[in-house]
Design a protein around this ligand. Structure first.
Ligand SMILES: C[S@@+](CC[C@H](N)C(=O)[O-])C[C@H]1O[C@@H](n2cnc3c(N)ncnc32)[C@H](O)[C@@H]1O
Length: 257
């Protein structure tokens, strides 16, 4: 664990792993996005048609395309040029999506109060200065706009967390460690590469304090679980009833901010 690894190293790693990361994606994202995240995100967004939406940390752009296909007008930002290349390659030019290269911590090229909704799927745990990013999201929202973001669950996905197994591989329980450590550590992906994707761990308290200090009102907090229909086709997801992988926040910008 190295607290001082910063943005440049994170970008380099995203650029290097962009193609590999995107291999398992189709137009619904990967299986975890399809099962856990997309249903929650679209439920929290509500109707997106004719809404101006920022996809902050768009990656390969699957979510931007899902939103634009439902009538949303999307600005999509990522700081990895490789990710943007993949996103543009996969995007039909008729879709209302404008891709931008930029860091979500400072998006000066976008004017104040531009968006009805800002969505950020699995990005906030990957960026170095989350407090600055929250301020930027607040600046970019229209009055009463919604900021919705998902992260790896900060209480369960911590440095050195993971299943404790028997000698024969049976999963006994999920182990959590180093919860109060705040800083960088490497994710397990890609499994076959030495230099892995970086993750910035913070406690749940830090997230909530930073959001409320920014001026956001917490409207919903969701810990997504698989549906019964999903379990019919993917029974292995039953283990996700033992602990949560993801946490999704819905914040509201106050009318008078
Ligand atoms: C885990 S991927 C998620 C991508 C996409 N939202 C999705 O759900 O597939 C994280 C993405 O966030 C981008 N990212 C991380 N920090 C960023 C920042 N500060 N500004 C812009 N993009 C960032 C990375 O380049 C990467 O494409």
């Amino acid at each position: 664990m190295d607290k001082d690894v910063g943005t440049e190293a994170a970008i380099r790693r995203w650029d290097r792993h962009a193609e590999k990361f995107s291999e398992g994606f189709d137009e619904q994202g990967d299986l975890h996005r399809e099962v856990f995240l997309n249903p929650t995100l679209f439920d929290l967004m509500g109707a997106v048609d004719n809404k101006k939406i920022l996809d902050a940390g768009c990656g390969n752009g699957y979510l931007s395309r899902m939103i634009a296909n439902q009538g949303g007008s999307v600005a999509a930002v990522d700081y990895s040029k490789q990710m943007l290349t993949i996103a543009k390659r996969n995007t039909n030019s008729e879709l209302d999506i404008h891709y931008h290269h930029g860091n979500c911590e400072s998006l000066d090229f976008l004017p104040n109060r531009s968006f009805d909704i800002i969505i950020s799927n699995m990005v906030i745990q990957d960026l170095a200065n989350y407090r600055q990013a929250f301020k930027e999201m607040h600046r970019l929202l229209k009055d009463e706009g919604a900021f919705i973001f998902s992260i790896l669950h900060p209480c369960f996905i911590t440095p050195n967390s993971g299943w404790v197994k028997t000698d024969t591989g049976e999963k006994l329980y999920w182990k959590v460690d180093n919860y109060f450590y705040e800083g960088t550590y490497e994710q397990a992906i890609p499994v076959d590469q030495e230099e892995k994707i970086l993750y910035f761990h913070r406690t749940l308290t830090s997230y909530i304090e930073a959001l409320t200090e920014t001026g956001f009102i917490l409207e919903r907090l969701v810990e997504p679980k698989p549906s019964e229909e999903i379990l019919v086709n993917h029974p292995s997801f039953r283990e996700d009833f033992r602990c949560a992988d993801f946490m999704v926040f819905k914040l509201r910008k106050n009318k008078f901010d």
